[in-house]
Design a protein around this ligand. Sequence first.
Ligand SMILES: NC(=O)c1ccc[n+]([C@@H]2O[C@H](COP(=O)([O-])OP(=O)(O)OC[C@H]3O[C@@H](n4cnc5c(N)ncnc54)[C@H](OP(=O)(O)O)[C@@H]3O)[C@@H](O)[C@H]2O)c1
Length: 247
Amino acid sequence: MKPLAQQRILVTGASSGLGRALSVRLADAGATVVATARRQAPLDELADRHPGIETRILDLMDAAGLAKLCHTIGPLTGAVLNAGVTHVGPFNAGSDADDAAMVETNVMANVRLARALYTPLVDGRLVIVGSMAGQVALPYQAVYSGTKAFLQNFSLALREEWRDQVSVGLFTPGGIKTEMTDIEALSKLQNMLAGADEVADELMAFYLSDRALRIPGFVNRVSATATRLLPRPTITRIMERVYHREP
Ligand SMILES: NC(=O)c1ccc[n+]([C@@H]2O[C@H](COP(=O)([O-])OP(=O)(O)OC[C@H]3O[C@@H](n4cnc5c(N)ncnc54)[C@H](OP(=O)(O)O)[C@@H]3O)[C@@H](O)[C@H]2O)c1
């Protein structure tokens, strides 16, 4: 892999949370970062602070806009497909709009980006941000959990197909303190969340490696091992207890 000072890296979901923290780290280390998201103000603030950060407004649910970005993005040495959305609550209380946003943003946008960026990324690195919710089924985030499970097999399959061309890896964090988790429905879990900065440190180290999979955090790695030892319905029952809220 080239030194970061010679790299130009796309980061999606760079306006907040993990993507923002990663973009800052990569730019501080000398990389040029193409930071994308929908919100202009946080991207402007990033670009003002870091001359190494270029910004592009992109709604990942807009397939035509996404194709245009990929067509005009120029040379890349890497990409971190980090953007994602969730909806927390009983499945029956969800809506088609929420479900479509999760499937389009977490699944289809990453599929479209991976295919469109294959040629620019030859000899480079592609990291997809999944979730522990893809390793274990997560009641009350059933659709989100399904989208993240998709990313597991998708990224591992691509890694094999592209093994001589693009180094593909899946990064699967557990709970992180970001805008995504700063909601009433997750209020009782706040003290179990990792900081975005510490997870971004692990994400950057993973980006710089050639590894297939990284589960950041000791507790998450123990949980992932437990999922292989205990029956899956038992694990899911435990997760239901953790996430259950009295009506
Ligand atoms: N937080 C957690 O506990 C946790 C745990 C495991 C995995 N993850 C994963 O980590 C990744 C980053 O999440 P986070 O925790 O940092 O959440 P976050 O702070 O809410 O950031 C999500 C990012 O995605 C962008 N985004 C959302 N919808 C978009 C769309 N349609 N088009 C373009 N950009 C869009 C948002 O930017 P705009 O709103 O400006 O568009 C924002 O920059 C996600 O894939 C998430 O699933 C998070």
